[in-house]
Design a protein around this ligand. Sequence first.
Ligand code: SF4
Length: 356
Amino acid sequence: MIKRKKTKKIKVGEITVGGDAPIRVQSMTNTYTSDVASTLDQIRRLEDAGCELIRVAVPDRLSALSLGKLKSKMKAPLIADIHFDYRLALISIKEGVDGIRINPGNIGSKKKVEEILRKAKEMGVAIRIGVNAGSLKKDILKKYNGPAPEALVESAIEHIHFFEENEFFNFKISVKSSQVLTNLVAYRMLSERCDYPLHIGVTEAGGIFSGLVKSSIGIGLLLYEGIGDTIRVSLTGDPIYEVRAAFAILRTLKIRDRGVDIISCPTCARCKIDLIPLVEEIEKRIAHIETPITVAIMGCEVNGPGEAKEADVGIAAGKNGGLLFSKGKIIEKIDKSHLADRLIEEIYRFIEKKNI
Ligand code: SF4
């Protein structure tokens, strides 16, 4: 059983982050924010996938001025990602965003950060202090001989003190590095030194393959140690995968249960059916399902019946087809041409019964 560290609670729009609130799943759009139609389309897909906090990049005035239109048409809290220009943060707040992500170190001056804090406080907007190994101040980099965990934490603590001096407390913090081990040590150190909610993730983790491995290790280990109140899996690809991966990590650690957990074998010379395309097809066709359910898709009689019996619904392949299991019982023998359709039908039947 994971014992989660109790952090302070903050509000981002209607969503609570930290304390005993569920560990929140975040993602970020990769459209041009000023292209409102495309951004909204992606926001809807993210919301459908279960994304609870949605961040958009605000690189220019036009993007900032598009935020009100986005906000009026979305359900999840909207977070503006700001770098360098504090005026973009002020416009974003005026446009009605729920949160701002800044790295106070690259905003230019304390006065400018103070102005953001003042406006955010006035409008009830949350802030994430987003310290990143790629944009640490020169003096800190020199002191620690590069972006070491201590450098990330010192920078974060400095910003935390500044926020506290300005009586701004509605914030969370991240100290991200693309190096999983640096990330891990930095978050552990930060978690010991403050009780503010932590947003965790491995930044710039790479494409789907490398990003999933790095994020599963980097985020998974921290969550297992009870650290983290909100997560983002950073992937070079469709952000929908980030949300699916985040829920898969939470599900694997038995922290939150959402969607389908597929149990399938790697296949071998004993495999009785064309399992790889079958699993790919089923994964695609049930990706939108929110109800927690375990589905086994197994290649032969060695481990197939055992796994299929343990799952909510499952198939254990045999000669020319397979046995369909539901709640531990064989309910039918299926011909190989109908495996996918029948399994999916049974999944829906199971969900319907579960939701009654
Ligand atoms: Fe091979 Fe059967 Fe095991 Fe699948 S379940 S890996 S087909 S032995």
